[in-house]
Design a protein around this ligand. Structure first.
Ligand code: GDP
Length: 439
């Protein structure tokens, strides 16, 4: 059934092939098929309607970029709007933090707590877990068993009914933990008592994050659960569990919309290693039941001048050191970055004064430093800690301070580019823009 709907979408896309002007009827048909697929995947009706409206409007109003066919243009809009639906991209800090787990019983909260402890442990952090689920008998044993497997200390007081007290004691006991994860009770329904308790635990623990765990199979109730927890403790990330099953997880998107957050992780099985960072592309493929949307987009993008800067990818936070290297290369031909930036419609986004105050010489030095990095480091700068900094500095013949400065510069760029989000996105041809502005 779902496969058929997926191919319905493909058929609709086929109808747009070879067209030179946007065909309103074909767009309508495509949107209708998309609606059917998304509703089938449990995406909330209102979200689907908003998405449809945006796609229709943009497809008919926006000019396809030069070199892009009508079909690719529409496809790209569909993709961008779907990515918007996924919410914010959530960064997972690999440093000291306290994470409070929220969710109803059976959502997979305890299992996910174990998985997270493993995740942070693998990143080289000292992890501690507190079991504050005083409602479900056996909750402590379950969590303890999971934690024992990976040698993570798990604090609990079986028999104690005051969850706040357990957290208080646990925090003392696990004060050496860099990452503290608190599993709370779920019960079956959202009772006031449950909400009161989680508020108290949140206040006491001063949690850095409050993540809501949702079963992928949860449909329309996801919104209500999210609203209730969000009101109480300000949810800042969603984890979708059981994505290894048949459910598409579309219900969780209303939790994302309700909390204004994004999806942090997805659970993909019952073992402690079955946890993955959220990837919007694979989530979208799954929602649509078609796997090649991303590659279609990529092919479309290749059609455009390779010199263009994909601001979209950068806005999603995918701005690695490697991207920065490429940027520095192409910017050399364009002039000072600040000048380029001042031409973008940034609105009231603040750009730190020193962020783009980088002379050509400094950029050259940055490239030399990056030449001393491994592929892994270029793709994921978060792995670069003290000993690596030392190695890179030695390799590049610079001081460690200079390597740190480069990393800081990259962070600032990344943050600033993220600030573009909501500007409408799209592809900016910086060179063309420079010409236009007489640069
Ligand atoms: P809690 O009541 O929210 O703490 O839920 P549990 O962690 O006890 O999980 C409920 C059930 O879901 C257990 O049988 C788990 O093994 C299972 N579970 C949790 N996460 C996943 C997942 O990502 N995939 C699968 N297949 N099962 C999961």
């Amino acid at each position: 059934m779902l496969d058929r709907l997926g191919s319905g979408l493909k058929d609709a896309l086929k109808k747009l092939a070879g067209k030179t002007v946007i065909d309103k009827a074909a767009v309508e048909e495509l949107v209708k098929d998309l609606q059917r697929v998304l509703l089938q995947a449990d995406v909330n009706v209102k979200l689907v309607m908003n998405l449809s409206k945006a796609i229709k409007q943009r497809s008919l109003e926006e000019e396809p970029p030069k070199g892009m066919s009508v079909r690719e243009h529409v496809l790209r809009i569909v993709y961008q709007e779907l990515v918007n639906l996924m919410g914010e991209e959530i960064e997972v800090t690999l440093g000291p933090q306290t994470i409070l787990m929220a969710g109803l019983q059976g959502s997979g909260k305890t299992t996910t707590t174990g998985k997270l402890s493993r995740y942070f442990q693998k990143k080289g952090l000292r992890v501690g877990v507190i079991c504050a689920d005083v409602f479900r008998p056996g909750a402590y044993d379950q969590l303890k068993t999971l934690c024992d497997k990976v040698n993570v200390p798990c604090y609990g007081e079986p028999g104690e009914i005051n969850a706040v007290k357990i957290v208080e004691n646990g925090m003392k006991q696990l004060k050496n933990a860099e990452v503290l994860i608190i599993d709370t009770q779920g019960r079956h329904a959202l009772e006031d008592e449950l909400i009161d308790e989680i508020i108290k635990i949140n206040d006491l623990s001063k949690a850095s994050h409050r993540w809501l765990v949702l079963d992928a199979a949860l449909g329309q109730q996801a919104r209500e659960q999210a609203a209730r927890f969000h009101d109480a403790i300000n949810i800042d990330g969603v984890i979708i569990t059981k994505m290894d099953g048949t459910a598409k997880g579309g219900g969780a998107l209303s939790a994302v919309a309700e909390t204004g957050s994004g999806i942090v992780f997805v659970g993909s099985g019952e073992t402690i290693d079955d946890l993955e960072r959220f990837d919007p592309d694979s989530f979208i493929s799954r929602l649509l039941g078609m796997g090649d949307l991303k590659s279609l987009i990529e092919r479309a993008e290749e059609a455009i001048n390779a010199e263009e800067v994909d601001v979209n990818a950068m806005m999603k936070g995918k701005f690695t050191l490697r991207d920065m290297y490429k940027q520095l290369e192409s910017l050399k031909k364009m002039g000072p970055l600040k000048q380029v930036m001042s031409m973008l419609p940034l609105g009231n986004i603040e750009i730190p004064e020193d962020a783009f105050d980088t002379t050509g010489k400094k950029m050259e030095a940055y490239k030399v430093i990056m030449d001393s990095m491994t592929n892994e480091e270029l793709d994921d700068p978060s792995v670069i800690h003290a000993s690596r900094i030392q190695r890179i500095a030695t390799g590049a013949g610079v001081s460690q301070e200079e390597v740190r400065e480069l990393l800081k510069y990259h962070k600032t760029m990344q943050r600033t580019l993220k600030g573009f989000k909501g500007m409408g996105g799209g592809k900016f041809n910086m060179q063309r823009m420079m010409k236009k502005f007489g640069g």
